[in-house]
Design a protein around this ligand. Structure first.
Ligand code: CAA
Length: 257
């Protein structure tokens, strides 16, 4: 399958999606949303894929939702057309996604990174929610996910002023998993993705689901989910294999059963 706005590759057990609208700093128009959702859900449905990397260019991960596409729309068109509606399908993937961010991750670009499970940032990365400068507010989850990532006061300052923060401030604030030199970004993303893809799929899916529940529910409910998900994994061959391999001091040979 070919896509208009992204480049899609499979490298071993890792699916790669690279945003490819250099003329617009990878601004996220409707076609980008449809392409990313189609490519990522296809990876999600493939049990030979254990992790996905989403990346942009050196200059921009994504500079936000496409302003030129939205500019003339009415409020009613935005809400009835579910303008960003398909993105939830990306956020709901079972497969872990690593955002490899270089350059601008602004507005919807920052929000897209926050829909991923791990954010690796090049030391050149710049994050922000500049929607307030356009007379609007974040519209792809920024007011909710940024607050959960960095806390109320940091999120409020960023969203209300629209200022950008650099990679080291983003790391100190808890928005990114790790900062790496720009030249190493894709190699590091590949290493993280391959490490995840070498695990047992049922346990990776359960871990991601438990983390998602933690973001969305009170503690007691999350702990109940974790208890049952943890116990359910004891019905897999891979739990027996993983624990036997530990006892026998060898690398486990997982079969995803
Ligand atoms: N939408 C549409 N086009 C965009 C864009 C966007 N979000 N960001 C950049 N572009 C386009 C520019 O219009 C320009 O195209 P032309 O050459 O045809 O004019 C091209 O990409 C290159 O951009 P610049 O010339 O502006 O590059 P720069 O290096 O001078 O500045 C920048 C870079 C600071 C990122 C600047 O482009 C910028 O401020 N972009 C907009 C950032 C923004 O406001 N993002 C939020 C969008 S709204 C949103 O995302 C809502 C939501 O929550 C979902």
């Amino acid at each position: 399958m070919t896509y208009e706005t992204i480049i899609v590759e499979t490298r071993g057990r890792v699916g790669w999606i690279t945003l490819n609208r250099p003329e617009a700093l990878n601004a996220l128009n409707t076609q980008v949303m449809l392409d990313i959702v189609a490519a990522s859900t296809a990876f999600d449905a493939d049990d030979t894929i254990g992790a996905i990397v989403l990346t942009g260019s050196e200059r921009a991960f994504a500079a936000g939702a496409d302003i030129k596409e939205m500019e003339s729309k009415s409020g009613l068109e935005m809400i009835m057309g579910e303008h960003f509606g398909q993105w939830q399908r990306f956020a709901d993937l079972r497969t872990p996604v690593i955002a490899a961010v270089s350059g601008y991750a602004l507005g919807g670009g920052c929000e897209l990174a926050m829909m991923c499970d791990i954010i690796l940032a090049a030391d050149t990365a710049k994050f922000g929610q500049p929607e307030i400068n356009l007379g609007v507010i974040p519209g792809m989850g920024g007011s909710q996910r940024l607050l959960r990532a960095v806390g109320y006061y940091k999120a409020a300052e960023l969203i209300l002023t629209g200022r950008m923060m650099d990679a080291s401030e983003a790391e100190r604030s808890g928005l990114v998993s790790r900062v790496v030199p720009a030249a190493d970004l894709l190699d590091e993303a590949a290493k993280v993705a391959e490490a995840i893809a070498s695990k047992s799929l049922p346990s990776v899916y359960a871990a991601k689901a438990a983390l998602d529940v933690a973001m969305e529910t009170p503690l007691a409910e999350g702990l109940r989910f974790e208890k049952h998900a943890f116990a359910a994994l004891f019905s897999t061959d891979d739990q027996k294999e993983g624990m036997a391999a530990f006892r026998e001091k060898r690398t486990p040979d997982f079969t995803n059963r």
